[in-house]
Structure formats: structure tokens, C-alpha cells
Design a protein around this ligand. Structure first.
Ligand code: UD1
Length: 418
């Protein structure tokens, strides 16, 4: 497991183009299973979760051709429709294959998922939704096995919570179901809208994307299509917060700033000096940053995936801040590690109380989940001295290699291969 050695007191200069969204690319890769025609995708990020998803698809018999700036997937000859523990445990998004496989082949078998070690993360909402479309499930030897008699049938499905993954799974499955499906209390994340747009270009009939009510008219088959994946709003937000923490003048480019409005609003309340355009944010140094109180929520609320990064910033601004995490249980694994770096954060149930005005100091720390890991990188870059971050494989799941991405902007980050 690689480690990163990071020198503190860094500055960053210049600009960065945000790479493609991992959370949009994952379901869109899976959506290719719905059709036996080519799907060509551009703006695919070079991160480990995407490599793992491609491995999973190849295991099923997918043919993936790498072009200059895109990939073309063909799933004409799918031979195997069971996904093993080894790959599923690395990536919870593997559960997304259930819907498309059931819709096209009437059968699917996947190992119960793993992924980030945050909370219990069950898949009941996925299974209940797909059951309403006519699938039946049993759990045997750690596998979820789904079956459909004939074709899935459209239905009205009200989600108990706007789960991102469950909305995507049901949306994909319903494109090939017989008749109309209405998903109520659907998640509204931009990545779901992007998946929906890709499905529409494949011939699916979908209305209400980006709203709580998605309506799908099932079709018999989907056709060849091309799609350009949106840029990663979480990566964009991470770079913005990093530049603020390093009090640097910096330009984050090539993403839709509408996707980050809740974050931009909070940062402005904290007195961050931002110039926001349609597809970029310029960050300027600011001397009077102040505390804030934030609650994570499903989109368009403040994203849980930027909670750890914002917390790192809150440690160094004036005054005391609070973050309440309402989307996931136990998504505070970065707190003890940030405290090792000199933060003063206390946890009480789902609220973190952050004492501001602290100076991070380099130490040995351990990365736990994807977003927790990146908050440690941010803290390390503005710490006094050197920090060693162990177990960085979580980071590689969602960020193109940080020693190259952030490294070329000025900071000294070295990867030690172990
Ligand atoms: C997706 C994102 C992840 C992000 C999260 C919330 C991908 C690949 N991952 O994860 O980065 O942090 O959305 O924005 O897109 N839940 C259940 N039962 C279910 C499904 C979910 O109880 O069947 C719970 C989860 O345990 C969690 C909450 O619902 O507490 C949100 O989960 P969900 O929106 O499904 O997140 P993911 O799709 O796993």
C-alpha cells in the first residue's frame, strides 16, 4: 500500500482543469450493459474505481476499445452475469449492475458490496425498487441473486430516501421495462442527470431528470450512442478549498459551477474571496476567514463528499464551526487523523465541533476512506513540517494521482511505492 510524503507550508499557483466525474462515469459505464450496441464515452477520469469497473465489465465479456480521447464499449457477447467478491468488495458502485442485468438478461448475481468503510451502507432501497419492477431476490453465500420472469414491468416507486445509487439502478432498469415507471423522491444529483442524458442518447424515454419525480417510458432495446461525461464537482470543490487553505491565487476551470452552488454559498459566508463564472472559479487570498455551521444533505444541499475537506478548512479559520453529517453514519473517520495533525475537533453523535484558529503540524496519519484521505492531504499541505499519509489507495480510487495533479502546481508530494 503506497504512502505519500507531503511537505507543508505549500502554495499553489496557476490553474487546473477538473477531470471527468467518477460518480457520473461509474453508472454510465454500467449503463452500457443495457444494450448490445457500441457506447462511446469521453472525459472518463483516470482513477482506480473506473479501472475496477472496466475490469468488472470485461469479466462479463465486455469489449472495451481505447480510442485517443474516449473509450468504446460493446456488450454484444455477455457470457457471464455474476460479479465476484474480489472486485465488488473494492467498489460499492458494483451494485449498480443489478438493474441493467435484470432488465436485459432477467438474471443477475453479485457479491454483497464493499467500498468505503462508511456506516453500514445497506442496499435495501435498490432491492425494494427493483422488486417493484418485478424482480425477485434471494441472498445466498454472500451473493445477491436476482431473477425476472419475462420482462420487468413499469411501476410507481417512492424511495424512502433519495439514494443516489438506488435512483440510478432503478432508472437504468426501467428504461427496458414494459410500460411506465415513476420514481418519486428520486435523488437529484447532477451525476444522475448525466446518466439520464446518456440513456436518452441511447434511445431511452425519460422525463424529469434533475427533479424529485423521474418518469420513464420503457422501450424494447437501446441503440448506439456517444456521451461526454460531466466534470467532477467534488474534485473541483476540493481544489477550491485547497487554494483557500493555502491562501493562494488560483483558478479552477472546466466544470459547471451550478453543480457546486451550496458549497460556493458556504465558502462566501466564510468570507472566501471567490470570482465565480459559469465554468470556473477564481480564488484570491483572504485575510479574515470565519467559521460556519453546515449540515450535509442530498443534492442540492451541501455534499457529504466535501464534508471532510471543508472540515480541514474550518480548523484554520477564526471561530468555532460545526458540521452535522446526515447522509452517512460514521463518516467522521478523518477526525482522529486531523486531530493528530493538530486540529481540535470533538464529535458528539452526528455533529463535529471544530475549534478554529489552529495550525496543522506534520505527523504520520492513516487514510481511511476516499474523501477522508483527501482532507488529510489538504491539512498536510498547509501544515508546518512533513506529513506521511499511509494507505493512500483510497485516494487513488477517486482522484487522478495527486502527486501529479497537485504536485505540478508547486507543492512537494512524493509517493513511496510499497
Ligand atoms: C453515492 C456516491 C457517494 C456519495 C453518496 C451521497 C457514487 C459512486 N457514490 O453513493 O460518493 O457520498 O452518493 O451523495 O455515486 N442507503 C440505504 N439503503 C440503500 C441505499 C442507501 O440505507 O439501499 C443509505 C446509505 O447507507 C447512506 C444513504 O442512504 O446512508 C445515502 O446513500 P446513497 O445516496 O445511496 O449513496 P451511494 O449511491 O452509495
Amino acid at each position: 500500500m503506497d504512502k505519500l510524503i507531503i511537505s507543508g507550508n505549500s502554495k499553489i499557483n496557476g490553474s487546473i482543469n477538473v477531470h471527468g466525474s467518477k460518480n457520473a462515469a461509474l453508472p454510465i459505464l454500467v449503463a452500457s450493459l443495457l444494450s448490445d450496441q457500441n457506447l462511446t464515452l469521453s472525459n472518463i477520469p483516470k482513477v482506480d474505481d473506473i479501472n475496477n469497473m472496466q475490469k468488472l465489465l470485461k469479466g462479463f465479456g465486455s469489449k472495451i476499445k481505447i480510442n485517443k480521447n474516449s473509450i468504446t464499449i460493446n456488450n454484444r457477447n455477455i457470457k457471464n452475469i455474476s460479479a465476484d467478491y474480489d472486485i465488488v468488495r473494492k467498489m460499492r458502485a458494483s451494485v449498480l449492475i443489478l438493474g441493467p442485468l435484470l432488465a436485459r438478461f432477467g438474471y443477475s448475481k453479485i457479491s454483497l458490496p464493499g467500498g468505503c468503510a462508511i456506516g453500514t451502507r445497506p442496499i435495501d432501497i435498490h432491492l425494494e425498487g427493483l422488486s417493484k419492477l418485478g424482480a425477485t431476490f434471494k441472498i445466498e453465500n454472500g451473493f445477491v441473486i436476482g431473477n425476472v420472469n419475462n420482462r420487468l414491468k413499469g411501476s410507481i416507486i417512492k424511495l424512502p430516501f433519495p439514494s443516489v445509487g438506488a435512483t440510478e439502478n432503478i432508472l437504468m432498469a426501467s428504461t427496458l421495462a414494459e410500460g411506465q415507471t415513476i420514481i418519486k423522491q428520486a435523488a437529484m444529483e447532477p451525476e444522475i442527470e448525466d446518466l439520464g442524458k446518456c440513456l436518452i442518447s441511447m434511445g431511452a424515454k425519460i422525463e424529469g431528470l434533475g427533479t424529485k419525480k423521474i418518469i420513464v417510458e420503457g422501450v424494447k432495446s437501446l441503440r448506439e450512442a456517444k456521451h461526454n461525461i460531466i466534470s467532477d464537482r467534488i474534485v473541483a470543490g476540493t481544489y477550491i478549498i485547497l487554494a483557500i487553505m493555502l491562501n493562494s491565487k488560483f483558478h479552477v476551470k472546466n466544470f459547471n459551477t451550478n453543480h457546486l452552488l451550496s458549497v460556493i454559498n458556504i465558502l462566501r459566508k466564510m468570507n472566501c474571496n471567490l470570482k465565480v463564472k459559469k465554468n470556473s472559479v477564481r480564488i484570491f487570498p483572504s485575510s479574515n476567514l470565519k467559521s460556519a455551521k453546515v449540515t450535509t444533505k442530498p443534492y442540492p444541499g451541501f455534499p457529504t463528499d466535501l464534508q471532510a475537506q471543508l472540515m480541514a478548512l474550518m480548523c484554520i479559520v477564526d471561530g468555532n464551526s460545526q458540521i452535522q453529517e446526515t447522509v452517512f453514519e460514521n463518516r467522521f473517520m478523518h477526525v482522529p487523523e486531523l486531530n493528530r495533525l493538530g486540529a481540535k475537533i470533538k464529535l458528539l453523535k452526528d455533529i463535529a465541533y471544530i475549534k478554529g484558529g489552529q495550525q496543522f503540524k506534520g505527523a504520520q496519519v492513516m487514510a481511511s476512506d476516499l474523501r477522508a484521505s483527501v482532507s488529510l492531504v489538504l491539512a498536510a499541505l498547509c501544515a508546518e513540517g512533513q506529513t506521511v499519509i499511509n494507505r493512500v489507495y483510497h485516494l487513488d480510487r477517486g482522484y487522478e494521482k495527486v502527486e501529479k495533479g497537485i504536485g505540478i502546481l508547486g507543492p512537494k508530494i512524493k509517493r513511496i511505492k510499497i
